[in-house]
Structures are given as C-alpha cells and as structure tokens.
Design a protein around this ligand. Sequence first.
Ligand code: SF4
Length: 401
Amino acid sequence: MPIQLVRELHFKGESTFVWDKVTKKIELSKMLKDKLRVREDLASKLSHKERRKALKDGHAHREPRPCGLTIHPGRGCSFGCLYCYLEDMGLPVDPEPYGLTGLQLAYAVASNPFTLIGRGGTFLAFGSITEPFLPRIREKTLEYLRVINASLGNPCQLSTKAYLSQEDVIPLSDANRDISALVTIPTLDKAPLIEPFAPSPELRFQTIRNLASAGLHTALFFRPMIPGIADEEGPHILEKAFESGAKGVVLGALRVTSSILKRLQELGFESIESRMIREPRDRRDQVPISMGDVKRMLSKIAERVGLKVYPSACSANVDAHELGCHMCDMGPCGGSLPEYDPEEIEQALSSLGIETKVVPRGHSILVYVRGGSKRRKRAKYLVSTATKRKVLIRQLGNKME
Ligand code: SF4
C-alpha cells in the first residue's frame, strides 16, 4: 500500500478514533456512525469486484472469539510444532499469504456486523492460523497492521515464535507502535523435539529483548503448558522472559486432538492423557488438558519474578492499550471501565432495527432484545465491545414493555 494512501486514511480518521481518555464515556451511536463512515471511505477506494471478494470473506462475517476477532495474514505454518492444531484443521504446511489486500481486509472488518472500530472497538488478534512472520507471510502481516492502524484504529495483538532482529522490529513498530506482542516459548530443553523448525528459544528471548527495547508492549506467551515440561522448565522460562524485558505472561493450556495426543505420547509425555477432561469427539475436536495446579504454581512464580499475570491473551492487549475490560469472568482486566448511558445504547441499537431494553446489573448488563438469534447476537457483541462489560441477553417480552 502506498505510504501516501496510508497517511490519507490516518488523517481522515484521526479525530474520531482516539479513545476519550478524559471522560471515558462511550456513545454507541457515535461508534456505529464512525464505523459506517470508515466503511464507506474504504469502499470508495476499492473496485466493485474487490468489495465483493472482501464481503464474501470470513473476516466480514465471523463472530469474534473471546480474544477478539482473529485476523489471518496467511494460512498454514512450516514450524511443525507437535502440539499444533493447524494440520488437523486441514491447513497447509507450506504457508500461503491471505488473498485480501490490506484495504480489502480493513473493509471486511468494518463490514462485519459484530465489530466496532477504534481504540474502544473489537480486539484484533493476529497469529491464530499462521505464524505472522514467516518469510512468505511477513509483508502481508505488516500491510494489514499498517492499514488497520491507519483506517480502523482497533487494539491489535500478535503472537509469534519468529526471530525478530532489531531491524525486523522497525517496520513492525512503524506499522503499529501500540501493538501488544506475545512471544511464544513453552519449552527450552525440549524445543528441538517439539518445535523442530521454529527458531530456538534463545532466539525468541532475543525477540523479546528487541521488541521491548523498541518500546513495544511485549509479553511471554507460555502456551501450551505441557504436563511434564511446564512444571519443570516453567520457573526458568519465566525468569528469562522477565530478564529479557517481558512485561507479563499469558499462561495458556494445551488442547489436544487425537493426533496431537499421539505425537506427544510417542515422545514419552504419558501423563497428558490422565489430565484430559474428556475424549476427543472426532479428528478435529480439541480437548483441553487440565493444568490448573501448574498454572497456579507458575502464576505465583511469575508474580515473584516481576511479571504481570494476564488471565488471557486479550488481557495483555487491554494492558497494552491502557483499556479496562470485564467482558468475561476472567476479568476485570486493566484499568477502569468506560461509562455508558443505557438509553443512548437503546437508541443506537434501534437505529440498526434492534429493539432493546438495557438494564445495568453490577458489572454486567442485561439486554432484553426483541427478535431472533441474529439480532440477539449482534446486540450482545456490540454492547459488550462498546461498554467492555459482560452482557446477558434476554428475550424482550410483554413484561418489559
Ligand atoms: S475481562 Fe480480561 S480476559 Fe475477559 S475478555 Fe476482557 S480482557 Fe479478556
């Protein structure tokens, strides 16, 4: 994307994307208008054919996951980690860049009925179905980050196992200075066996150093915690991450399909099966491994060495962007929550044809919605994202009128 176009996009959006740090009061109607205006602006830069392709893409339809909306700069990964689920999802070992341009991707995200844009908008997470810094994917990652930052302004996060030199960090920092960077290191000694084609853990600690010294918010992604490794090597990994400049750690559980289980058992990690919470239902089913005891132990050590413990990846994204969030029971995360006006939210949703009654309830919000599941889902995501609170949906019935 030409730099001039990026500047233009940034200039047009600048005044409206900044989170109102003074009052911290959100207005859903304003967020929806911003989204529409940016969407139209992006549409004007795309041909009919380009728009059609973007609108058919999953980024324009998918419901956000708990960590936010996953952004795919590519598909597949060549690192061959034995705990990886990509092969079971049918994704290629030979990674391929994603088929949308940066503008198309931003247009797709702005067209998604469940998203909001801006600093207070939907969390965006790069790296779920590819490694964002593989040689074939890297340019696409940077392009998406640049265009999203300039046109949408959402809080972005990426997770990586790549080695990023000081030079590699410069274009990343130019693309998005506020990014939340997660560097994955789940083992030291077993890395050659378990992550055969990924850069060594030593190089990944160097990645942490380089990201942190460039001023980027960097955390250790200790995921997956593998029984027999996390408990033994974890304390040392946490210490090294802190010494390298990580601000915090996300401790994530292992999830196994039947083939991941088989691969890890063949390496002698027999205890995994006894920690499975159930049997896999089919080839693609990912079963969580219960690691609560190890997580508690590592959390204590992390705090002792000086790392913040984030309950989830999105929590690091919230910290990086100085937000507050209580959208799920793992929170509250970060700082204070934005204020909101229930009536204003009702009016904003009504402009979308969704009739609601919004009732604050402690840190949560009860939203009574008239209509089917599409409206209920849309109301839930929009209200939850805007207010950063947990939303409970109820059917709007005669009693509420
Ligand atoms: S409360 Fe924390 S863990 Fe839950 S969605 Fe918000 S940032 Fe994520």
